[in-house]
Design a protein around this ligand. Structure first.
Ligand code: G6P
Length: 594
């Protein structure tokens, strides 16, 4: 995962480079560092933990003309200062920031003499990046051409920016399977980053590196080549304005802001889809090309896939299935791949497993749609079609508004494939739904948060749509409160999960379907008989300690409504436990490694 930044140009305060880096914190916050060059030479500063820790160590007067910076999500090697980037070669010549994983780092290590000090088996425990920079140093590279050729030896994924301390006006860049963008402002200052949102303060025009491309920046000129050293001329793209804003406004955390943005986000999506005729190509003729639909994603996006399956089967009566991307890559036996429509769901559009799954299916000739929140993302670029979700930037690690927008996009999509009339009704339904999202008792939700935050475990149950909401709710609780929350279909409670229940265990019961509620409550009463405390989110009255009563609405729309109180409860419980819900431990917003 990780995020990288590069700069070369007029003297600029190092603090400003750190500001740019902070826009990448969603990619990891285990440690951060910067290497800056000016007339006095080169200085590297690193710190463990979030970028705010690094910021405290940056001298105010430190100005740089060449800088590389990194925010880390630890993959190889613990989250220590020693493992923080940038890494410098032992001969002090090369400095690197790297996002990705060098798969053959052990083999590279065995080929170099400096290995004894940095070997992954040594006490210091060299990381893949430390070994790579040592490998580069050991190859005695003189020219950019040598640098490019050296990558024939490197296996894995990488977005890399290298400084050479003997060439302070230059940067060397390599990219494969990890995103990297480049831009220059009106004064010809050059910026590089893992996300073009980083450039927004300086310019909204940027260029995207493709895989196996390399760049040499020298004397404020950008020279891009492929692996055969053939020059490449690149088209520029423009950043959309709504990706620029990333402030909490008056909210204590991004997560709370994002929860409350959901009504606006849903309406914005409807307006955008109508104005831009986003769904016009997805009609019954389009559908007739396929005999099944598969939805693929990870984490919250996978839960959106599970709901999407139900939309497709209910609205279109065509077989559909939801697949976890990291597992689906091993499913080699898809029946009639060319008659299969794939929808890859991903907030970021950068999740490595989802991208890999897409590439495998594309090779088989399948039709692929990317449903993402980031129009310029890798997934969007590689798919045949894009369905934007218009949630606006989602910063908090736990996904909230992206989830409801994913559900609404899938609901609109399924209706579009049916008839125009159904689509028009669906638009109206979403707009009406958006006015109801916060029609629940906040005081009760606060009390539930207090109760859950005091417990070690929690069990979530539901049936059909409500089971998916239970899963997504349990994930929210787990991610940002560290309470061991598990979800199961209520019918499965007796097949194992009941063993977790003891006196006081919170049992979150999602029961919003009139036809199924009595069955769900039958199951929950078995848990109550064993000491569980019921927390019920339901359209029905139910005698229990905590009840969040929801209005009855169209069952297909309910998953967008019933998840909101749980998102809010998770947020509040996280605060009560003293956790920063925007940056929970061990997680990252964008998971760009397999
Ligand atoms: C991480 C995030 C989750 C997200 C998942 C998939 O685990 O913390 O919030 O659901 O990745 O991310 P994607 O960007 O593909 O939706």
């Amino acid at each position: 995962m990780c995020g990288i930044v590069g700069y070369i140009g007029q003297p600029r305060r190092a603090e400003e480079i750190v500001d740019i880096l902070s826009l990448l914190e969603y990619r990891g916050y285990d440690s951060a560092g910067i290497s800056g060059i000016n007339d006095d030479g080169c200085k590297i500063i690193k710190e463990v933990g979030s970028i705010s820790n690094l910021r405290k160590k940056i001298p105010q007067q430190w100005s740089v003309t060449n800088a590389i910076a990194h925010t880390r999500w630890a993959t190889h090697g613990a989250s220590t200062l020693q493992n923080a980037h940038p890494h410098q070669s032992l001969d002090k010549k090369w400095i690197i920031v790297h996002n990705g994983i060098i798969e053959n780092y052990k083999e590279l290590c065995s080929r170099i003499s400096a290995c004894a000090n940095i070997s992954p088996n040594s006490r210091g425990g060299g990381t893949d990046t430390q070994i790579l920079i040592e490998y580069i140093a050991n190859k005695n590279i003189d020219t950019f051409e040598d640098f490019v050729k050296l990558f024939q030896d490197i296996k894995g994924s990488y977005a890399i920016i290298c400084q050479n301390t003997q060439k302070p006006n230059e940067l060397y860049i390599a990219k494969k399977n990890s995103p990297l963008y480049i831009a220059s402002d009106k004064d010809n200052n050059i910026f590089l980053a893992s996300d073009p949102v980083c450039f927004s303060k300086y310019t909204n025009v940027y260029k995207t590196f493709n895989d196996n491309e390399f760049a040499h920046i020298h004397d404020q000129k950008i020279f891009i080549v492929d692996s055969e050293l053939r020059p490449i001329i690149k088209e520029s793209s423009k950043l959309k304005d709504d990706f620029v804003e990333q402030t909490k406004l008056d909210y204590a955390h991004f997560m709370l802001k994002e929860i409350y943005e959901q009504p606006d986000a849903l309406r914005r999506q409807v307006d955008f889809y109508k104005e831009q005729k986003i769904l016009s190509k997805f009609n019954s003729d389009f559908l007739s090309r396929f005999n099944q639909i598969k939805l693929v994603g990870c984490g919250t996006a996978y839960h959106a896939c599970m709901i999407g399956v139900k939309y497709i089967e209910n609205i279109l009566s065509i077989p559909a299935s939801a697949e976890i991307a990291s597992e689906f890559v091993y499913n080699t036996n898809v029946f009639e791949p060319k008659r299969t429509l794939y929808i890859f769901v991903s907030q970021s559009g950068e999740t490595a497993d989802t991208i890999k799954a897409l590439n495998i299916q594309k090779e088989k000739g399948a039709t692929c749609i990317a449903l993402t929140n980031v129009a310029y993302s890798t997934l969007s670029q590689q798919a045949d079609y894009c369905l934007p979700i218009c949630a606006g930037p989602e910063v908090s690690v736990a996904s909230t508004k992206a989830y409801t927008c994913q559900l609404s996009a899938l609901y609109l999509f399924a209706n579009a494939l049916k008839t125009n009339e159904d689509l028009e009704k669906a638009y109206n339904n979403i707009v009406e739904l958006s006015t109801k999202l916060f029609d629940f008792n906040i005081e009760t939700a606060d009390k539930i948060a207090e109760y859950i935050s005091s417990k070690r475990d929690a069990v979530f149950i539901g049936k059909n749509f409500d089971f998916v909401t239970a899963r997504e709710g349990a994930l929210k609780i787990k991610e940002i409160t560290y309470v061991n929350a598990n979800a199961c279909p209520s019918g499965e409670l007796k097949h194992g999960y009941l063993a977790i229940v003891e006196e006081g265990t919170p049992l979150v019961v999602v029961a919003t379907d009139e036809e199924l509620n009595s069955k769900v409550f039958n199951s929950s009463s078995e848990a109550v008989a064993r000491g569980a405390v019921e927390i019920v989110i339901s359209t029905d009255d139910h005698e229990c300690k905590y009840l969040i009563k929801l209005k009855k609405i169209n069952p297909l729309l309910m998953p967008m409504l019933s998840i909101v109180p749980i998102q809010y409860i998770a947020y509040k419980a996280s605060i009560l436990k003293g956790i920063n819900p925007d940056k929970p431990r061990n997680l990252a917003k964008s998971v760009t490694v397999e």
